[in-house]
Design a protein around this ligand. Sequence first.
Ligand code: SF4
Length: 86
Amino acid sequence: MADLREYPRTAEGSNISKVVVDRDLCIAAVSCIAVAGDVWELDDENKVVAKDANAADDATLIASAEACPTKAILLFDNSGAQIFPK
Ligand code: SF4
């Protein structure tokens, strides 16, 4: 079973309603943190967690997911459809 962590997103005007991290894929490359340091941090297992899923706009959040070399960050829109990775 994949080790998935889900974070609801409630930012007003956002088209991203849920952020999911696949912890099995996270290799602590920290590219996501470089892009969106207000959203992401590493926990004591060196896996990324969202400290505040609402702390960046949609474009920044998408850029942080795109920056991940292992595509460990999944994004879902308001209809529940996965928008990244496609
Ligand atoms: S960029 Fe990907 S692998 Fe690196 S810390 Fe973020 S989620 Fe983990």
